[in-house]
Design a protein around this ligand. Structure first.
Ligand SMILES: [Zn+2]
Length: 345
């Protein structure tokens, strides 16, 4: 259960208009030129960040900013991308840099998900949301911490069986209390190779005053939150905020994709039994301090009698875990093939 939220909406991250009026001299429509290069362009108009990617290479850019980041490693100065009248334009110098980068051999082709950290919410003295219902004629008390743990253990065993070469980790495997800071420390201390990344999946259940509120949903980190994902490693200090927001953009892109895949996986398994409330965004503590793509799954509302009856059923929770597992599997396949990950360098 999280605190009550204001209405949020999904950023139209993948939308760029191709309807240009006047193209500035030395510039080309970004969507059209990406298509000509056979590359993909991701653009968040609200944050003003984007990524141009192909062949496992990527250029991170900001509108109006002449510094671009190549493969999250090298900086280059080009004529800055322009976002005007809802149209994104790339300069000829940026497109030339993209062509050069995309034609080089990608030495990072073996980039992979090295670890998945599953975080069952609450535990021990912190039960999370609690509710009491009559299920099958019996008065039953339901606690969020138990539902989260049961689902997390199922997910852990499914992932462990399928990915013996990856670290499949749990922040807790028993009914113990962990502070949010302890969860962040666990997340940030996962040991990885240079070519490996970690995904963080937190599992919770919801509660509401409105007993009719029901359904499952998946959250990702709001792109509005500025994290420091790059440390100062000899880079010009003035550039750090720019670089950080470029890195953050990539984590957000990945987090949205993970959320989307997990939601699809859950929908296939349990969509006929429980309401699908969709993908949401928020700034929540554990994820905003964990430097990795991260999602939070809310399994359902324990204050809703129909949801509660399902969440109290171990077979239903197993199906839910299978849905999350299938979603993560689809994401892993997608990203290990495209090397779309930020990495930990
Ligand atoms: Zn919770």
């Amino acid at each position: 259960m999280k605190k009550i939220l204001l209405l949020v909406c999904i950023i139209p991250l993948f939308y760029i208009s191709v309807f240009a009026d006047t193209v500035p001299a030395g510039y080309k429509n970004a969507a059209v030129s990406a298509k000509n290069l056979n590359a993909s362009v991701y653009w968040d108009p609200l944050a003003g960040n984007g990524i141009l990617q192909k062949n496992g290479h990527q250029i991170s850019f900001r509108a109006g900013e002449s510094v671009v980041l190549l493969d999250y490693l090298n900086l280059l100065i080009v004529d800055p991308p322009i976002f005007s009248n809802n149209v994104l334009y790339f300069s000829d110098s940026l497109l030339k840099a993209a062509e050069d980068l995309f034609s080089t051999q990608n030495n990072d082709a073996n980039f992979r998900v090295g670890a998945i950290l599953i975080d069952p919410g609450h535990g021990g003295k912190d039960p999370g949301a609690v509710a009491s219902h009559t299920i099958g004629g019996k008065k039953t008390s339901i606690q969020e911490k138990d539902i989260a743990l049961t689902t997390a253990l199922e997910l852990h065993s499914l992932l462990s069986a399928s990915y013996p070469d990856k670290k499949i980790l749990l922040t807790r495997s028993t009914d113990i209390y962990l502070s949010l800071e302890q969860r962040v420390d666990i997340a940030n201390s996962v040991n990885l190779q240079d070519n490996e990344a970690v995904i963080y999946v937190s599992i919770h259940a919801n509660a509401a005053f409105d007993k009719k509120a029901g359904g499952y949903e998946v959250w990702y980190l709001s792109p509005g939150y500025r994290r420091s994902v790059l440390s100062d490693s000899g880079v010009d200090k003035d550039l750090l905020p720019i670089l950080n927001s470029m890195m953050e953009e990539e984590y957000t892109t990945e987090s949205i994709l993970i959320a989307k895949f997990i939601l699809e996986g859950m929908d296939t398994q349990i969509g006929k039994q429980m309401v699908n409330r969709g993908i949401k965004e928020e700034e929540w503590f554990v994820v905003r301090n964990a430097h990795m793509p991260s999602v939070l799954v809310e399994l359902g509302f324990i204050t809703n009698s129909q949801d509660a009856a399902l969440l109290n059923d171990k077979i239903y929770l197993r199906k839910t875990a299978l849905g999350i597992y299938n979603g993560l599997g689809a994401f892993i396949t997608h990203f290990e093939q495209s090397r779309g990950f930020t990495g930990t360098r």
